[in-house]
Design a protein around this ligand. Structure first.
Ligand code: AMP
Length: 218
């Protein structure tokens, strides 16, 4: 099964992708996590994409599609959950083409919704562990304790793009570049919309219902 999770920044795509991949044995591919990993390694790709991410712009489609092609060539048969990909119509069309080449398609494109005020509140208090990737947030449900990761003991950090002006820009980019995917996936009958204002578990249960209903029918 191929599931896409999309939505504006701060709606909990990464958290839900982690929960779903554990529960259903999906392989998760987060383009954002992958790119941040490259930046922290100072690899040539990391150096190339750093400025885009820091100013809240999208990384060019050709770079993203190169990564996705490599990922798919290594994960041909499995259940895949894409977190934060595709983000443009062009990426969606290219994904369809690449999946089509191996007789696959997108089963669900799940959009998570949240109003701008709540996005801001969540993102301004978000921290993450640079070592294991665990996300902490004192306004949602994973509390941090003294700035140290409870899983691996590393010092927590804020993402450089979780800054008020950059968050506003990321939301605008979402509306302009990514929102058109809604009509596209509606036309493919795979679009689902989820209210992400509840707790982590409530949102997880709503997405699980969609997956369970689909697998029961098969
Ligand atoms: P995320 O972790 O999903 O919030 O992504 C963080 C940043 O990485 C975005 O603001 C973009 O700069 C970049 N990025 C992640 N995924 C994509 C994508 N599919 N297309 C273009 N840029 C992306």
């Amino acid at each position: 099964m191929r599931i896409l999770l999309f939505g504006p920044p701060g709606v909990g795509k990464g958290t839900q992708a982690d929960l779903l991949s554990k529960e259903y044995n999906f392989t998760k591919f987060s383009t954002g996590d992958f790119l941040r990993g490259q930046i922290s390694l100072s690899s040539p790709l990391g150096i190339e994409v750093k400025a885009y991410i820091e100013r809240g712009s999208l990384v060019p489609d050709d770079i993203i599609m190169r990564l996705v092609r490599i990922f798919l060539s290594e994960n041909r048969d499995g259940n895949i959950i894409f977190d934060g990909f595709p983000r443009t119509m062009n990426q969606a069309l290219m994904l369809e083409k690449v999946l089509g080449e191996v007789d696959m398609s997108v089963d669900f494109a799940v959009e998570l919704h949240l109003d701008e005020e709540e996005i801001m509140r969540r993102l301004l208090s978000r921290q993450h562990c640079p070592h294991c990737g665990k996300i902490y947030n004192n306004v949602t449900d994973i509390q941090e304790n003294g700035g140290i990761c409870s899983t691996c003991g590393h010092t927590l950090m804020k993402r450089i793009d979780d800054d008020e002006a950059i968050i506003k820009r990321r939301i605008k980019v979402y509306e302009e570049e990514t929102k058109p995917l809604v009509d596209y996936y509606k036309s493919k009958h795979v679009y689902r919309s989820i209210d992400a204002s509840g707790s982590r578990d409530e949102v997880f249960n709503k997405i699980s219902e969609i997956i369970n209903e689909y697998t029961d029918k098969k």
